[in-house]
Design a protein around this ligand. Structure first.
Ligand SMILES: *Cc1c(COP(=O)(O)O)cnc(C)c1O
Length: 441
């Protein structure tokens, strides 16, 4: 076809065969009002699209690529595993090595079970929590994402104490009847739910640093308060570390914040780019999982040899190279600190939230500390910002309420180029129309 890009041509063909042309909704670029890129390759901090255009990549596959794309040691480990066979459906030494690495690095992990995605990890951890406590209810937080299993597809809205209703069609009311929704950074909302559901709450599940409503760090005392309330109420505390695990620190958010959950879920980084998830925690809880106990959970491809090879290579590298954390945190501070300075210089009514290599630019002048404050962001203005930077070869999350990820492959040159493009945008269009401060054209 003439006159359209290869990405657009592929998108047209894909739409006929794949819902929305994509295998995960955010990839369709709908919230930035433009057709999606189709990616043909990647290396280090860069993506290459189907038209051969290069981009600095701040999505990094939504987190797995903490060492950048196509890291040599991970690529080699996978290539070496291929000739040994792709799957056996039987136990392997690699799974043991993975379990040793994970339990050695993450403070609260005494036992761990491998699965194939973050969604599966959460679904399984919730089942183990319910089986162990013999209680049914789960408290989650508005704006926290835990994958697409039925029980977690609830944000709850404002009626914190009323019944929950699902965000998705196809989720029966019964599947979310035991899901209670609290407000992030608000211990009072958790206490109210505990008070109204005495001895019925199996677990509180939380992203210890929320990274799916943009980035919203926990306020001092919030995670400690959850720990204390859960222990007092006989409920389990589950940290969903699918993003934060092995990123905020080698031992994840639980090491970074010094709070010990009962169960944790992982994904993304532990697969190095291959489909992997895991859940684990206290031994007595994990001993309820089949075949040891009555909580059934299984997986044909769980602990897959290629996935384990990638995961072991990535976690071993992180364990052996603590300077990776210094680097990504320094680059994160340079990027997000630089953005804050630009906002100040241009008096743009925006906020940057960040912790280390995770951060987010919100198009709102208000402080963002939970879902309701995050939602005030002007998404059409984010779309304009996204588009402008994309045209300059900088690929950020194609949606306002997502994190930016900095990897070990991002250096000062990439950060400087990004800040330059951001500054030009804000010089041209300093205000947010939604907030009545200047015009955006
Ligand atoms: C991505 C994510 C999930 C879901 O993981 P998938 O591998 O996409 O199923 C769960 N929890 C959090 C915090 C995530 O960011």
């Amino acid at each position: 076809m003439k006159g359209i890009s290869r990405s657009e041509e592929l998108y047209r063909r894909a739409q006929a065969l794949i819902p929305g042309g994509v295998n995960s909704p955010v990839r369709a670029f709908r919230s930035v009002n433009r057709p999606p890129l189709f990616i043909a390759g990647a290396d280090g901090a860069y993506l290459r699209d189907a038209d051969g255009k290069r981009y600095i990549d701040y999505v990094c596959s939504w987190g797995p690529l903490i060492l950048g794309h196509n890291h040599r040691e991970i690529a080699r480990a996978v290539a070496e595993a291929v000739p040994r066979g792709l799957s056996y459906g039987a136990a392997t030494e690699a799974e043991l090595v993975m379990a040793e690495l994970m339990t050695g690095m993450v403070p609260s992990l005494e036992m761990v079970r491998m699965v194939n995605s973050g969604t599966e990890a959460v679904m399984s951890a919730l089942r183990a929590a319910r089986g162990f406590t013999r209680r049914d209810r789960i408290i989650k937080f508005e704006g926290c994402y835990h994958g697409h299993c039925d029980a977690m597809l609830v944000k709850g809205g404002s009626g914190l104490l009323s019944g929950s209703s699902a965000d998705s069609a196809g989720v029966p009311a019964g599947a979310v009847a035991d899901t209670l929704v609290a407000a992030f950074n608000d211990l009072g909302s958790v206490e109210a739910l505990f008070a109204a559901n005495r001895e019925a709450v199996a677990a509180v599940i939380v992203e210890p640093l929320a990274a799916n409503m943009g980035v919203v760090p926990p306020e001092p005392g919030f995670l400690e308060g959850l720990r204390e309330r859960c222990s007092r109420e006989g409920a389990l505390l589950i940290f969903d570390e699918v993003i934060t695990g092995f990123r905020l620190a080698p031992g994840g958010a639980q090491e970074f914040y010094g709070v010990r959950p009962d169960l944790s879920t992982f994904g993304k980084i532990i697969g190095g780019g291959l489909p992997v998830g895991a859940y684990g925690g206290r031994r007595e809880i994990m001993e309820t999982v089949a075949p040891l106990g009555p909580v059934y959970q299984a997986g044909t491809l769980s602990g897959n040899p290629l996935a384990m090879a990638a995961g072991i290579a990535q976690l071993s590298y992180l364990k052996g190279h603590p300077e990776v954390y210094d680097h990504i945190n320094r680059m994160g501070d340079a990027l997000f600190g630089g953005l804050r300075e630009i906002l100040e210089r241009t008096a743009a009514p925006c906020r940057v939230n960040s912790t280390g290599s995770l951060g987010c630019l919100f198009f709102t002048g208000n402080e963002v500390r939970d879902f309701s404050s995050a939602k005030k962001a002007d998404t059409s203005r984010y779309a304009a910002y996204f588009d402008r930077l994309l045209r300059q070869g900088i690929y950020q999350a194609p949606a306002q309420f997502e994190a930016l990820f900095v990897s070990a492959a991002h250096g000062e040159a990439e950060i400087a180029r990004t800040l330059e493009a951001a500054e030009a945008f804000f010089k041209d269009f300093p205000g947010n129309p939604g907030e009545g401060k200047g015009a955006y054209g």
